[in-house]
Structure formats: structure tokens, C-alpha cells
Design a protein around this ligand. Structure first.
Ligand SMILES: Nc1nc2c(c(=O)[nH]1)N[C@H]1C(S)=C(S)[C@@H](COP(=O)(O)OP(=O)(O)OC[C@H]3O[C@@H](n4cnc5c(=O)[nH]c(N)nc54)[C@H](O)[C@@H]3O)O[C@H]1N2
Ligand SMILES: Nc1nc2c(c(=O)[nH]1)N[C@H]1C(S)=C(S)[C@@H](COP(=O)(O)OP(=O)(O)OC[C@H]3O[C@@H](n4cnc5c(=O)[nH]c(N)nc54)[C@H](O)[C@@H]3O)O[C@H]1N2
Ligand SMILES: [Mo]
Length: 824
């Protein structure tokens, strides 16, 4: 039983509402074939684990098995709605190929072992490396898909116990830029806005964010506003014809990698037309003069040339965001994974500061998250930052953390910024990191330049531990594989992109001997003999709820204060937004309502960085610039992308997602409805480019960069000319291997990251997955059959929709790029 065909009808039926009104509830359900709600034994409360939206749902359990899901009407996030991945993705839990026993490598092969054997081996090796080389021999690479309690425990073990600075999450690939942009402008991580801002906004601007496919339920809320009285205007900045672009009042399809120029152009218009809230800026911000001086060089004529967008559209977009009464902005991977990521994202913050659009209903700023629990990775310190958004370069804050953990301050590494994952990979390449423990992420598919990554991870001298639920491409390279229990099989909390904390309860038992990640970390800490400064066990909890209570103390008084939340309070009703304290027992809808920021020099998480070089700003410099802790307006100059199109590689390659799959498909590839909706990789090419290449819909193409090549069937779409797009979901596990040599691969690459470059944003250290130069060649005729790309999404075939015009002949693009070495 399903509410409707939610593969074809992605967003479901409209429930229109008006500006300032309440978003109606609509409960979406999917139950196994032949079952009705009355057949279900019990419903178990949780939220979606397949994106950052935080859709609250109940798992249907019958005879000890998961048999379906139903949205929670009482929840503030989704009011009962679910997206396609929410409705169908849970089926992967019961896949017959789940990992059920630990594996260790013997004589070259992974063979089954007991937990005791596997953990003994991990602990022996850890001791050996610590003895021989110290804490810097050991690295942890975690995820945005575990639970808060697990990250907090991992952060304690790694930072407070082992004392390594080599801890990062795949959040580095995901929302490191969201965190960094918030730190630059407000000196602390913490999402200012709220999803309910959609109810009040008159203009919604989406920057490099295909919300329609990646936060389906949030987009349903926008669609319902659009279907009601007083709909908002939509501004979309994306080189692809996403469903967002097709709905937009103004769609700017810039040349990839030119976001900073575009943002400076918008700011130029806002300042020139004096759409600035001078009282707000005078009272709450610093840096106005530098910003105004900087953006002078970005008049619309010049920006239109750099970005190759029509000048009139740019002006119109500026007018919309500049004159909005209530402006909501969202930012995601089209900015975070593109060139000059932090610099571009900070300019969105600047618009909100200049216009005084913070902390009021409808005036939302959402530097989005992507993964379901990425917020917790960041706040609990499992991405290398210190827990509770504590500042590693402020000794008082480090001492405070040491007090909470009952360890010596010097035991917590804080001599330099935490090591980011690309640097950890480099250390493993050089041999200084000798043990890498990877949890709930699949770097052999998701990191850039896979040929290099595979060769580093498969080195004999690197001891690789992989904790996963399937034998992923990465797990296939491991020395020890630890089988984890996952969502629905363990209890914990996680926090979505608008700070809403949800409880996720255990519904069914994990398969075989699989164990919750929390138990694995605690077992490791005890076996390793980690102690606090009084000789008591370092990790003092054994259940998720105890871990949560411990975390609450760590968060006390910090921006992400959880002290007013309990498991009990999270049961039954709605999720709760942090900070939640005695004074704010129902949580806090919007940050910065009073124009006061977490930016006080003694309190803030970060003093910021140079946006061009990434060098940390020193404490004294920050105090001189911002003694009163105001928001910071930071200008950034546009710089051309590092890898520009050339004669050999004339296209710009971008990569990303489709609505039906999650990342490396370990879950959605095992959910029949989702896998059938997008069964195989494709490449999106514009019609004019296809004509030049002699490429027809469905033809087999090879996409090549200096790093490697991928074969994919062509989808002729309304994507920007000169740009090609590959989804990054398709690796090799379902071809029976871990790389292009997999049985069914024909030696041809399939993973988009065969092509991407080892390069990252200087401030956030987020890898650049969305700006590379590529060549496309036609390999074989498709015989008239269409590619397998979805037709309901950004990858829709080119019919009936006219893409926005580009700058047009004489726009000066060639001239502009020639100056920087590019051809196109
Ligand atoms: N269905 C689905 N939903 C998901 C996920 C998933 O895998 N599948 N993953 C979740 C996670 S972890 C994340 S991080 C989010 C990501 O969510 P999004 O950021 O919305 O997804 P992407 O497809 O990576 O990128 C968004 C858009 O950026 C555009 N883009 C590329 N280069 C540029 C550029 O230079 N400038 C501009 N302005 N735009 C550019 C692309 O055309 C693309 O449409 O989605 C979350 N939700
Ligand atoms: N080219 C390109 N590359 C990209 C991106 C892009 O847009 N383009 N996007 C980047 C982004 S934003 C992200 S978030 C990353 C995602 O990249 P990854 O994190 O590598 O992708 P996933 O497939 O989500 O991998 C999660 C792994 O955790 C396992 N797992 C799931 N649940 C659990 C659990 O409860 N416990 C344990 N121990 N394991 C579990 C899954 O089986 C899977 O192997 O990819 C990044 N890479
Ligand atoms: Mo992500």
C-alpha cells in the first residue's frame, strides 16, 4: 500500500496555503505489498536517514520485521510528508547481503572472524602505532550518518583519549563550507534560519541547491506556497534545468565556478540601489566599508560577462532579493563544492546582514546540510572541530572542554586546525598515518580522483578498518571490516539542517552479529584502556540515553545547548530545535532574533580565515576587528577556477545527484523501486553540444579528464551549453568489485570521481566536485534507445522547456576567459 505512485509523482498532491498561514498536514505511507495499516504490530518513532531534511516518520513493524513507514503529522518539519527515498529506502535494511560478522584479512582474503578476534587485532595495532609513533599515526574518518551519541563518543575517544588531531568526517565533502561560511560571518557554526521561514517569505533564493530533488519535502512546502495566494518569487542559481529552475521567477544558469562574481554582482546592485538596512548594519555588523569598496569592481555588465548570464536577468534577480520584504536564502553544493566555495557562500550571508534579514519570520538563512546527521558530526566534534562549537585556538575554551571530560587540557590536541580528510589521505600516502578507521562512509567512491584514493587505501602498510553495513567498495579494501547495526536497529538522536533534534528508536534487531556503532566505539575505548585523569574509564556511559545526557552537559551554555531536551520530551510529538534550555524549553526557532551573534571574542567558535589563502585569523586580529562580537561582512575577489576548459578538455564537468538515489547507493541501490527508477549512470549534454559531438540520446559516450575516464549513455537535456553533468551515485559494488576492473565493467569507469580533481577550498577544505575540465567522445551508437536517466527531474530530456538564454554573441566571454587561459 502506498499513498500514490511516488516514483512518478515525486512531490505528491498539493495542499496550497497562503503567506503566513499554516502548512496543512498530509500523511504519506508505504507498506509492503498486501498489508494494510491494521496489520501492523507496532509503529516505532524515528526520522529519515537519507537526507538532511529530517522528515519525521514511524517504522511499521510486523513479526519483528520492518514492513513500512508512515510520516508523522505532528512533526514541525514534514507535517506527515515523505519523499521517495523515505518511502522506499528502508527496505535495504533487510538485504540478504548485509554484513553479519566481522571480517579480517588473512592471506590476502577477507575471512569471517569473531568480534573478539577482530577487536583484539584493532586494539593491538592501535597500541603498536601509538607506541612506535604517537597519536599522529592514527586517523579517524567518520560520516554524517551516525547518531549524535556516537559522534560525541568518537570525539572523546579520538581527541580526549588517543589525542590525535587526525579526525574528520565526510561532512568535509558535504557541509564543511556551510560551517565555515557561518564561522566567517557569525564566528560560530549554527543555522540561523528555520524551515517555517518558507511560510512567511515573499522571495526565496536557492543558490546551487536542487531542493526539489535533494530535500523533496521541503520543496513540497515551497510548491504549496506557490500553489496558494500571495506566492513567493523564486530565484534559482544553477547551470542545470532543475525542477527549481523550471519553477523560478528568475533562473540564472552561470558558468560553473563563477559564483563569487555572481554574488558580487548582486551585492553591487543592492548597494548601488541602496537596498541596505543602514540601522541594522550600524548596530550589528562590522566590515561595511571594505565590502562596499570591493564590490564596486563588479557592475552587472562585467558580471554578466564572467558568469555568461543575461545582464537583465542578473539585475532582475538583484531587484528581487534587494527589495524582498522577507527574504529566505538556501545554499548547497552548487556553491559548497564549486570553486571559491566559502567566499561565495559568505556573500549570501552578506546579503542577509546588509538587508537586516535575520532572526525574523521569513528572513531565513539556510546554509544547508546534506546528510541526515551532519549537524551532529559538527557540533559533537567528530569533524575535528571541538565539541559544542568550542574554539581550538582559545585556551579557556579548551580548558573548559577538559573539565567536562576530566582530562588534562594538554591531552586535547589544539596546536593547529584539525586535519582535513584530503590531508589525512595525503599522510596515508606518505606513510605517516598508519591506521585509518573509516565509519559509515565510502571514500573509494566519494572522494575525488579515485584511482589515487584506491591505491592509497589498498597499500599494505596502511592498516584500514572499515565499519559499514555492507561490503562497500571501501570495505573490500579493508584489513578489518566491522559489521554495524544501522538506523531502525539502534537508538539515538540526530539533528537536521534547521536544528531540529529527533529521536530515532530501535524498531527491529540487527542482522547476525552486527552491533550499533556506539557499542563498537565504547568497546574499543575500554579494550584500549582509555582513562580520565583520575584513572576512571574515559567513556562513562554505556547506553545511548546516558551518552545523550553526557553530551547535554558538554553543550551547556554553548550555542548548541541541548540541556532542555530529554529522550522523553522527544517522544510522541514533534522534534525540537536547539538551543533548548530551561529558559527556552520548547527550543528556539530562529537564531539571532535580537541581533546578537555568537561572535564575542571569548565565546566564538572561530576567529575566521583569509578567504583566499585559508590562513586562520589570529585572536588579536579578530579582537581588534570585532571587539563587540558583531556579524562580519567579508568581501572576496572573484578568481577564475583552477582548471579551465582547454582545447583538449573543452567542457566543464559538474557532478551531483538525482532524486531517487542516495550517494553511493548502498541503500537505495538495494530498494527495488528506487533502483528501477535510475538503474544506470548517464551523462547530461546540451543539445548544441550533442550536435557538435555527433551524439544522440542514448549513445555511449566517454568522458575524460586528466585523472581518468567514465563511460555513460547520453541524455540530451537543457543543461547549460559547454557543461556536462554526471551523477556520482554509481560505483562498482553491484558490478562485483571496487573499481573499473570489476567483472561487469569492461574496464570502463563508472564513478564520477574517476574524473574529479584533488583540490579544495582554501578556507573550508571542501573538495571541488563541481568544476573540472573534460572531454566527451562518442563511443557507440545507442540504437535509438533512450539513456536510463530519470525523465521526471533535472535530467529530463529536452522537450517543451526553453532553457534561459546565455549572454549571447559579443558577450565578451571568450575575451574574459582568454585572459585566464581557458578556451571556452
Ligand atoms: N535524492 C538525494 N537527496 C539527497 C542526497 C542524495 O544523494 N540524493 N544527498 C544529501 C546530501 S549529503 C547532500 S550534500 C545534498 C546535496 O543537495 P544539492 O546541493 O541540492 O545537490 P547536488 O546535485 O550535489 O548539487 C546541486 C546543484 O548544484 C549545481 N551546480 C553545479 N556546479 C555549480 C556552480 O558552479 N554554481 C552553481 N550555482 N550551481 C552549480 C548542479 O547543477 C546541481 O543541480 O542532498 C541531500 N539529499
Ligand atoms: N563527484 C562527487 N562526489 C561527491 C559528491 C558530489 O556531489 N559529487 N558529494 C559529496 C557529498 S556531499 C557526500 S555527503 C559524500 C557521500 O559519500 P559517502 O559517505 O561515501 O556515501 P554513502 O553512500 O552515503 O556512504 C555511507 C556508507 O555508510 C554505510 N552505512 C550506512 N548506515 C550506516 C550505519 O548506521 N553505520 C555504519 N557503520 N555504516 C553505515 C553505507 O553502507 C555506506 O557504505 O559524497 C561526496 N562526494
Ligand atoms: Mo553531502
Amino acid at each position: 500500500m502506498t499513498t500514490s505512485d511516488r516514483i512518478a509523482d515525486i512531490w505528491g498532491t498539493r495542499t496550497p496555503y497562503e503567506r503566513g498561514g499554516a502548512w496543512p498536514a498530509r500523511v504519506d505511507t508505504h507498506l509492503e505489498e498486501g498489508l494494510a495499516p491494521g496489520d501492523v504490530d507496532r509503529w516505532v518513532q524515528t526520522a529519515s536517514i537519507l537526507h538532511s531534511n529530517g522528515d519525521a516518520l514511524d517504522i511499521a513493524v510486523k513479526d519483528g520485521r520492518m514492513v513500512g513507514v508512515r510520516g508523522r503529522a505532528t512533526d514541525r518539519v514534514n507535517h506527515g510528508r515523505l519523499g521517495p527515498k523515505d518511502l522506499f529506502g528502508w527496505q535495504a535494511n533487510a538485504s540478504p547481503d548485509r554484513l553479519t560478522r566481522p571480517l579480517v584479512r588473512r592471506g590476502g582474503d577477507l575471512v569471517e572472524a569473531s568480534w573478539d578476534e577482530a577487536m583484539t587485532l584493532v586494539v593491538e595495532r592501535t597500541h603498536k602505532f601509538l607506541d612506535e609513533q604517537g597519536a599522529s599515526a592514527v586517523g579517524f574518518y567518520t560520516t554524517g550518518q551516525l547518531f549524535l551519541e556516537e559522534y560525541y563518543t568518537l570525539g572523546l575517544v579520538a581527541h580526549g583519549g588517543i589525542g590525535t588531531n587526525h579526525v574528520d568526517g565526510n561532512t568535509r565533502l558535504c557541509t564543511a563550507t556551510a560551517a565555515e561560511a557561518l564561522k566567517e560571518s557569525f564566528a560560530s557554526d549554527g543555522q540561523p534560519g528555520s524551515y517555517s521561514d518558507i511560510d512567511h517569505a515573499d522571495v526565496i533564493a536557492l543558490y546551487g541547491h536542487n531542493m526539489a530533488e535533494t530535500q523533496v519535502v521541503l520543496w513540497s512546502r515551497v510548491l504549496d506556497r506557490l500553489a496558494g495566494p500571495n506566492p513567493p518569487a523564486i530565484v534559482c542559481v544553477d547551470p542545470r534545468p532543475t525542477p527549481v529552475a523550471k519553477t523560478a521567477t528568475v533562473h540564472l544558469a552561470p558558468r560553473p565556478g563563477t559564483n563569487v562574481a555572481l554574488m558580487n554582482g548582486l551585492l553591487h546592485e543592492i548597494v548601488t540601489n541602496d537596498w541596505v538596512d543602514h540601522d541594522y548594519v550600524a548596530a550589528h555588523a562590522v566590515g561595511l566599508d571594505e565590502l562596499v569598496a570591493g564590490i564596486r569592481e563588479y557592475p552587472p555588465e562585467r558580471v554578466a560577462r564572467i558568469c555568461d548570464v543575461p545582464e537583465a536577468d542578473l539585475r532582475e534577480a538583484a531587484r528581487l532579493v534587494g527589495t524582498a520584504d522577507r527574504l529566505l536564502s538556501t545554499v548547497l553544493q552548487g556553491f559548497y563544492q564549486s570553486h571559491q566555495a566559502t567566499a561565495a557562500s559568505v556573500q549570501v550571508n552578506n546579503i542577509h546582514i546588509l538587508r537586516g534579514m535575520l532572526g525574523r519570520p521569513g528572513c531565513g538563512l539556510l546554509q544547508m546540510n546534506g546528510q541526515p546527521t551532519a549537524e551532529n558530526t559538527r557540533e559533537a566534534g567528530a569533524d575535528g572541530d571541538l565539541p559544542g562549537f568550542r574554539n581550538w585556538s582559545n585556551d579557556t575554551q579548551v580548558e573548559d572542554l577538559a573539565r567536562v571530560w576530566n582530562v588534562e587540557p594538554m591531552a586535547i590536541p589544539h596546536y593547529s586546525p584539525p586535519t582535513h580528510v584530503m590531508q589525512m589521505i595525503r599522510y596515508a600516502e606518505e606513510g605517516s598515518i598508519r591506521m585509518l578507521w573509516v565509519q559509515a562512509t565510502n571514500p573509494a567512491v566519494s572522494l575525488p580522483e579515485l584511482d589515487r584514493v584506491r591505491s592509497i587505501l589498498s597499500q599494505d602498510r596502511l592498516f584500514l578498518v572499515v565499519q559499514d553495513i555492507f561490503l562497500s567498495e571501501t570495505a573490500q579494501l579493508a584489513d578489518v571490516v566491522l559489521p554495524a547495526a544501522t538506523w531502525g536497529e539502534k537508538t539515538g538522536t540526530f539533528t537536521n539542517a534547521d536544528r531540529t533534534v529527533h529521536l530515532s528508536e530501535k524498531a527491529v534487531d540487527p542482522p547476525g552479529e552486527a552491533r550499533p556503532d556506539l557499542e563498537i566505539f565504547i568497546d574499543f575505548a575500554h579494550r584500549l584502556g582509555l582513562e580520565d585523569k583520575d584513572g576512571a574509564p574515559l567513556v562513562k556511559w554505556s547506553t545511548p540515553e546516558e551518552a545523550f545526557e553526557a553530551w547535554k552537559e558538554c553543550s551547556r551554555g554553548r550555542p548548541c545547548d541541548y540541556t532542555g531536551i530529554t529522550y522523553e520530551k522527544l517522544r510522541g510529538g514533534t522534534g525540537i530545535q536547539w538551543p533548548c534550555t530551561e529558559d527556552a524549553p520548547d527550543g528556539t526557532e530562529r537564531l539571532y532574533a535580537d541581533g546578537k551573534f555568537f561572535a564575542d571574542p571569548e565565546y566564538c567558535e572561530s576567529y575566521g580565515r583569509d578567504l583566499v589563502t585559508g590562513a586562520p585569523v589570529e585572536e588579536e586580529q579578530y579582537k581588534a576587528m570585532n571587539p563587540e562580537g558583531r556579524a562580519v561582512l567579508k568581501f572576496a575577489e572573484y578568481l577564475p577556477p583552477h582548471e579551465l576548459p582547454s582545447e583538449d578538455y573543452p567542457f566543464q564537468l559538474i557532478t551531483g545527484r538525482t532524486v531517487y538515489h542516495f550517494h553511493t547507493r548502498t541503500k537505495t541501490g538495494r530498494a527495488p523501486q528506487l533502483q528501477a527508477a535510475a538503474p544506470e549512470v548517464w551523462v547530461e549534454v546540451s543539445a548544441p553540444d550533442a550536435e557538435l559531438l555527433g551524439l544522440a540520446e542514448g549513445d555511449l559516450a566517454e568522458i575524460t579528464t586528466p585523472r581518468g575516464s567514465v563511460r555513460a549513455r547520453a541524455r540530451i537535456s537543457a543543461i547549460r551549453e559547454g557543461v556536462v553533468f554526471l551523477p556520482f551515485h554509481y560505483g562498482y559494488w553491484d558490478r562485483g568489485g571496487h573499481g573499473p576492473d570489476a567483472a561487469a565493467s569492461d574496464g570502463g569507469g563508472r564513478a564520477a570521481n574517476e574524473l574529479t580533481i584533488t583540490d579544495w577550498d582554501p578556507a573550508s577544505k571542501q573538495p571541488i566536485f563541481k568544476t573540472a575540465a573534460a572531454r566527451v567522445t562518442r563511443l557507440a551508437d545507442g540504437g535509438g534507445a533512450a539513456s536510463a536517466a530519470p525523465t521526471t527531474t533535472a535530467s529530463a530530456p529536452l522537450t517543451g522547456w526553453v532553457p534561459p538564454t546565455r549572454g549571447g554573441p559579443g558577450s565578451g566571454v571568450e575575451e574574459d576567459l582568454a585572459a585566464t587561459g581557458g578556451a571556452r
